[in-house]
Each structure stands twice: as C-alpha cells, then as structure tokens.
Design a protein around this ligand. Structure first.
Ligand code: 5GP
Ligand code: MN
Length: 338
C-alpha cells in the first residue's frame, strides 16, 4: 500500500460512507476477528458498516464483541445483496481471490463499490482498487492494526477492537508459536493488551470451551493417524460416518491436523475430511520448514494458502483421495527429506 493509497483512503473515510466488510467462506478466527476489529473502528468513525460473511462460523467464536451483528449471505441473501448494491466501499479481508467467498463471488465481482483488499495469502488476485497484501504477516488481524496505524489513528483502538484483533492473531499463529510470529507481532499484541484485550479470558473463550463430543471426535481422529515414515509425512482421515457419530459441528475439526504435524521428524501433515453434503473431501495441509503446502495444494488439490498452511479439496471419494495423495508423495521425495 503506497503513501498515495493511504492518502486516498484517508480522504475516502473523511465523510460518512456505506461500508461492507467481507471475510472468506467458512470464516476462521482471523477472518472474523479482522472483520469485527475493522467494523468497530469504522463505526466509531461514523460510517454505516455491515459485515457480510458467506456462511456461518464456529461456536468458539460466538462471543467476540459485535459478532451477533454479522449477516450471513447464504441464509440472508436478499439483505446481503441489497447492502452490497448500496455500498460505497467494500473491504475484503483474509482472502486473495473472490472465489474464496463461494456464492458471493458474482455479486462482489459486479459491484461498483471501491474495493480494498487486506490479506496475507500468497498470489493475490487483481480485483481491488487498493491492495494491502503482505504474505509475511502472521494474520490479517495484525494487518488491521498496521492499517489503523498507517491512518495514524492507533489512539482510536479501544477494548472491543483490541479483543477482536487479539483473537485473530492468536488463532492464526497457533497462540504465537508458528514461524510467521515476529517480534512485531508480539509488540502489537502487547499494545492490544494495554488497550484492553483480556488475554487469559480470550484464550479461555476460544480453547477451553470444548464439548465432550468434540474431544471424542479428536480421539477418533488420533486413532486414524497414519505415519508415512519414508516421506516424513503424517495424515488423518475422518469419514462422514465418523463425524455424524460424534455430532460434528462447524469448528470441531479445527486444529486436529496439528497433532499429526507434532510427530517427531514429520514435516508434512494433512487431514482429509469427508463432506457428503458438498460431495467433496475437504483437505487441510500443514508443514514445518521449507516444504511448500501452498504449491502442493494448488498443484494437486485445487486449493492454496500459505507456505506452511493451506487448504484444498478433492472430488474423488475418501479412499481414492488417499490413494492419490500417497501416489504423489514420491514426486516430492527430495523436498520432504531435506
Ligand atoms: P484451513 O486448512 O485452516 O482451512 O486453511 C489453511 C489456510 O489455507 C488458511 O489460511 C486458508 O485461508 C487457506 N485456504 C484454505 N482453503 C483454501 C483454498 O481452497 N484456496 C486457497 N487459496 N486458500 C485456502
Ligand atoms: Mn488469516
């Protein structure tokens, strides 16, 4: 984002605007935290602001200040499209291509509102007039903090904004332990605590509210864990039948893949989750070090993301997806063994 971009945006925000904020489909802590952090900021500045999420998000995020005002496009399509039609400005947060919003893609593509992208995923598409993209950032929430700083307005960050941004930085960094966590991240976090984020309470709200079913499902997943020693790779499967058995709810499988990655010597971990409704296998990929799961997901599984965390999908059934995965590993022998 150039100095000119910033002065344009300061000018745009100088008068009250109709603003829509859009996170990606199946929003995670960073998508919801950044949307709500920016929402509270812009409302405080006197704008009309609406967050329109493509669909619902996990229960463990349903305490963040303002989350009950989020509109869901899949169940409130007319309201959503009316607001997008009337918007002067649309912020798109935590995604790099409009198709990441699922069914919102066409209405966003045809909207004449000025678009501002703030995102940390690789290879951003070129749909926005203003782009703040930085793949070295740990989270979009950290970028919202820097964005407000670029507007020279950190003084306006209040308790609600701090709480939202803290939450997304925490979830996207695995509680400040992934490689993307920098000393700047910690400085931002320290400032957010000073400005009112209750850190212990936030960790508790997100991580210590598990249901019994969720932990039983985790047990099932760990039983299904397979190690492919030759390729320093581990993977987990969950079938639709297993998900049903433990009353799966959105968010229940989040983070499970990290158990596979925690195995000694493993540098590549994947979870394959069957989704009979969408008739796909949803895939989450994680790596340690230089093995690039963004490229792996893009090349083989119609997805993408970051070097060490990406997602994708397969239209084959669970067994054939696993067979395909196993057959691909030898192509990456050198990278997986270096
Ligand atoms: P997760 O495995 O948690 O769903 O996603 C891991 C990371 O990859 C997240 O940053 C997510 O936004 C990104 N991601 C997940 N699925 C896709 C996809 O289909 N395409 C792209 N480009 N990124 C994805
Ligand atoms: Mn993110």
């Amino acid at each position: 984002m150039t100095k000119n971009d910033i002065s344009d945006i300061i000018e745009l925000l100088a008068k009250p605007k109709q603003i829509v904020i859009v996170p990606h489909k199946n929003p995670d802590g960073d998508a919801i935290g950044s949307s709500l952090g920016l929402y509270h900021y812009l409302k405080q500045k006197g704008h009309q602001v609406h967050i329109i999420a493509p669909n619902d998000y996990p229960e463990f995020l349903k305490w963040i200040p303002g989350e009950d005002s989020i509109i869901k496009h899949d169940t409130e399509t007319n309201t959503s499209e009316g607001l997008i039609g009337n918007a002067d400005l649309i912020f798109t947060l935590d995604f790099n291509a409009l198709h990441r919003t699922g069914h919102m893609e066409s209405v966003l593509a045809s909207s004449e509102a000025i678009k501002i992208m703030i995102d940390h995923h690789q290879q951003p598409d070129d749909y926005a007039q203003y782009v703040y993209s930085d793949v070295n950032m740990c989270s979009t929430c950290e970028m919202i903090y820097h964005f407000i700083d670029m507007l020279d307005d950190v003084a306006s960050i209040n308790t609600d904004i701090s709480t939202c941004l803290y939450t997304g930085i925490m979830t996207d960094t695995g509680s400040f332990r992934f490689r993307s966590t920098t000393s700047t991240t910690h400085r931002v976090i320290a400032n957010l605590i000073d400005k009112g984020a209750k850190n212990a309470e936030i960790h508790n709200n997100v991580y210590d509210t598990n249901s019994y079913d969720k932990l039983q499902l985790l047990g099932r997943a760990l039983n299904n864990l397979k190690l492919v020693k030759d390729f320093n790779t581990a993977y987990i499967t969950l079938s639709q039948e297993e998900l049903n058995r433990f009353n799966f709810k959105k968010g229940d499988t989040e983070g499970i893949v990290n158990y596979a990655l925690s195995l000694q010597n493993v540098v590549f971990a994947v979870i394959f989750i069957e989704d009979k409704k969408e008739n796909i296998i949803k895939i989450s990929l994680r790596s340690k070090g230089s093995f690039d799961v963004n490229t792996f997901a893009r090349t083989h599984f119609n997805g993408g993301g970051h070097t060490n965390a990406s997602g994708g999908r397969s239209e084959l059934d669970l067994k054939n997806t696993i067979d395909k995965f196993i057959s691909i590993l030898p192509l990456h022998r050198n990278d997986l063994n270096s």
